[in-house]
Design a protein around this ligand. Structure first.
Ligand code: HEC
Ligand code: HEC
Length: 463
């Protein structure tokens, strides 16, 4: 069933004309034809109006005093493209072929832009299979877009971070992503970006004083996998719990190191906050341009707000409620197996965020962002964050597992009410919808009309 979900603005007008010519429908095309006239109940119309794209800035982030600082935006943009904060590649699938960032053992290869690829809408269009991402190792979940991300209450598919900056610190310390660590990050900032850093955040501690701060290089930073009798374990350097370089620092020096690394992540956030999808043809149509959507897209809009029941979760200008839902997805083996059948999703993620010393309630925050619930609660069992549907249509794969390859497959999944035996703990919120082939195609077409221009070209490259 090959259908074309993504009609450009000119194409849409063309399609509209052709549809009008082919069906010759004046009024009342009716359900009998394969191309019935779009129609909307007043409820559907007012619900759709609530999806109008909002050009305004994202909500302030009290946890980050440089969140909207122009100097921090520029510094963060430089850091976003800089692989200098990454340690060695650990996974053997890093064989230097196209799609990988280098060969196993290479250091200094991973930047934020390596997985959140700017020309791919800030998702991963680079890794082999274009599903989960390969950096130091394979990530456990699909790389989400960074467009519109500043509006999210909690971060990651499972909500385990409560700010963009503490998420970025997690990336630097993860042995799947940067395999760096905060001591190494602070030292690299001192070596490579000192003047820019100091212009924003003031004098750096003497991170070149090896008697106080053990010097880590790209080749000695991060973690290595060492064999044990049980299998293997990771031995890391330069982050809390390493039992070595970081843990051995004087407590005041630990605070200095962490502060430097955190300041860099706050600049990264200032950059990321600017990444937007922008309004699409759907918004032009809401604004009164009746030719902006073709008939199929209009019917899809009506279904989205009505019969297909997408709106309760995908409401608001970004078509997400920002909340976590169990949709009864049964995890399938994708090209690279993710062992996540027991993934409790937000039940585990939010619990982690609540005890995270780097959360916005902690001492490295400039103020509490106030998005964390008091406790995770049973509804978060097996629940994942509703993704935005803005600028999503062109992504190479869908769902947090990346197991669905087309929007048609996604709509089919929702139509059947999720998988019969949802693979995750908890209870699915979905029920079967009973959509026709044409209705499913209309929903797919509608999502194609939510693609905006994306960020300006100046934000897609290192400054
Ligand atoms: C190896 C690939 C990879 C790299 C490199 C990477 N990310 Fe990510 N990013 C991911 C994945 C995968 C997730 C989702 C993780 C999850 O939900 O468990 C994610 C999630 C995020 C999120 C949360 C998005 C959301 O919708 O909640 C932000 C923000 C983010 N990354 C920013 C960054 C920044 C900033 C950098 C550089 C410091 C970076 N990432 C580097 C793969 C990557
Ligand atoms: C009960 C809440 C809920 C309802 C109802 C719902 N969704 Fe979703 N949707 C989600 C969640 C949660 C995910 C992510 C699930 C995951 O990755 O495990 C998702 C994922 C998606 C994705 C994949 C996006 C991506 O970036 O991977 C698309 C597309 C989508 N939904 C469209 C729809 C459409 C169309 C409907 C109506 C037919 C719908 N959804 C109904 C909550 C919902």
């Amino acid at each position: 069933m090959a259908r074309e979900p993504n009609v450009g603005a000119t194409g849409a007008t063309g399609a509209l004309l052709i549809a009008a010519l082919v069906c010759g429908c004046g009024g009342g095309g009716g359900a009998a034809t394969d191309d019935p006239d779009p129609s909307f109940t007043p409820d559907e119309m007012s619900a759709l109006a609530g999806l109008r794209y909002d050009d305004g800035p994202p909500p302030a982030d009290p946890s980050n005093r440089v969140a909207d600082d122009p100097g921090a935006q520029l510094f963060g943009q430089r850091l976003f493209f800089d692989p200098a904060f990454s340690g060695r590649l650990l996974e053997g699938d890093n064989d230097g072929t196209s799609g990988t960032l280098g060969q196993r053992g290479d250091a200094g290869k991973v930047s934020c832009s390596g997985c959140h690829v700017p020309t791919g809408g800030f998702v991963d269009i680079r890794s082999p299979h274009r599903q989960v991402s390969l950096a130091a190792q394979w990530t456990m979940r699909r790389t989400p877009t960074l467009l519109e991300v500043a509006f999210a209450p909690l971060y990651n598919w499972d909500g385990r971070r409560d700010a963009i900056w503490n998420q970025a610190l997690g990336v630097m310390e993860s042995n799947r992503e940067f395999n760096g660590g905060r001591l190494f990050v602070a030292e690299q900032l001192f070596r490579l970006h000192r003047s820019e850093y100091e212009a924003l955040f003031g004098a750096m501690p003497p991170l070149d004083d090896a008697s106080r701060f053990p010097a880590l290089t790209p080749d000695s930073a991060g973690c290595v996998e060492v064999a044990t009798q049980q299998g293997s374990t990771f031995v890391c350097r330069g982050q809390p719990g390493d039992g070595a370089d970081y843990d051995g620092l004087a407590p005041a020096d630990q605070t200095l190191v962490t502060t430097v690394a955190v300041n860099a992540t706050k600049a990264l956030e200032a950059f990321v906050r600017q990444l937007r999808c922008g309004s699409g043809r759907f918004d032009q149509w809401l604004d009164g341009d009746t030719t902006a959507l073709d008939r199929s897209e209009q019917r899809g809009a009506a279904l989205f707000a009505g019969k297909a029941g997408c709106l309760p979760c995908h409401g608001g200008p970004r078509l997400t409620d920002g909340a976590f839902h169990n949709v009864g997805l049964s995890p399938a083996t994708v090209a690279v197996a993710i062992e996540d059948t027991d993934d409790r999703g937000a039940a585990a993620g939010v619990a982690l965020a609540l005890t995270d010393p780097m959360s916005t309630a902690g001492v490295f925050s400039d103020g509490d962002r106030g998005q964390l619930p008091v406790s995770p609660g049973p509804a978060l069992e097996g629940a994942f964050r509703t993704p935005t549907l803005r600028c999503t249509a062109s992504h190479p794969s869908f769902m947090h597992t990346a197991q669905l390859a087309t929007l048609d497959q996604v709509v089919t999944f929702f139509d059947r009410g999720g998988d019969p035996a949802g693979g995750y703990p908890g209870t699915s919120e979905l029920h079967a919808l009973g959509l026709s082939d044409r209705e499913r195609a209309d929903l797919v077409a509608f999502m194609g009309a939510l693609v905006g221009p994306g960020p300006g070209a100046d934000l897609l490259v290192a400054p």
